[in-house]
Design a protein around this ligand. Structure first.
Ligand code: AKG
Ligand code: FE2
Length: 222
């Protein structure tokens, strides 16, 4: 349905080959009550990574200015939000309207929906131009997120450390997220933990991250 809006260069590309997700592959890492996340290395094929990266060159990224503790800041990365209609997202006091799904991102959403039995209806794409760009400590706990829903994170490009810390007991984890890796963040990760993407000042290479989410449609119009 989105095909007509595709940039021309992808028309000739081979389609995704459907990834066969074997039980073994899923079993490589299991979420536990103590650590409610699950890492699947190399979930995206090389072909998928290439197509998504290429498609992202056409995404309308922006660097909005947001209010943090009463002060205005331009976010240290660029982002864009795609989603089903009505799946707008209020982010640090800023209403982001859902843009229609680009082709390969729509296909990836479908694949994730099937592989993990999730109802994903929006994706935040973050582009980190280099190691100076980053994301501070936060939990993804906005009220428009469906109650107790999981968030699926996929990474492309440069490998970056992803830090996780417990809100109460101070436990810390660091996961190096490489191109193609998938991190499944199950409930109650967003209730009990924060995460961040620290800067790496010497790194010159860009990275993309997609976090697929389930939003309560028309939340902000009710
Ligand atoms: O870039 C990442 O790996 C993290 C992104 C993230 O935490 C978010 O979009 O909420
Ligand atoms: Fe996050």
């Amino acid at each position: 349905m989105m095909k007509s809006q595709l940039p021309l260069f992808v028309a000739a590309e081979k389609p995704f080959t459907k990834l066969m997700l074997t039980k073994d592959k899923l079993a490589t890492d299991k979420p536990t009550q103590d650590e409610p996340w699950q890492l699947i290395r190399g979930y995206l094929s090389e072909n998928q990574q290439r197509l998504l990266w290429q498609e992202s060159l056409e995404y309308p990224f922006s660097r909005p200015t947001i209010k943090v503790f009463g002060k205005m800041h331009t976010i240290p990365r660029s982002q864009v939000w795609f989603g089903d209609s009505g799946c707008d997202y209020l982010y640090s006091g800023l209403m982001i309207e859902a843009l229609p799904w680009p082709h390969y991102l729509a296909r990836l959403r479908q694949q994730l929906t099937q592989d993990f039995s999730l109802q994903l209806n929006g994706v935040l794409v973050n582009h980190y131009a280099n190691g100076q760009q980053r994301m501070g400590w936060h939990s993804d706990d906005e009220p428009e997120l469906a109650s107790q829903s999981a968030i699926v994170s996929l990474s492309l490009g440069a490998t970056r450390d992803f830090d996780i810390r417990h809100k109460q007991n101070g436990a810390k984890h660091r996961i190096a997220l490489a191109a193609g890796d998938l991190l499944l963040m199950h409930w109650p990760m967003q209730r009990d933990w924060q995460h961040s993407l620290p800067s790496r000042t010497k790194l010159a290479n860009p990275r993309l991250n997609f976090t697929f989410r389930q939003i309560i449609p028309f939340y902000h119009q009710r």
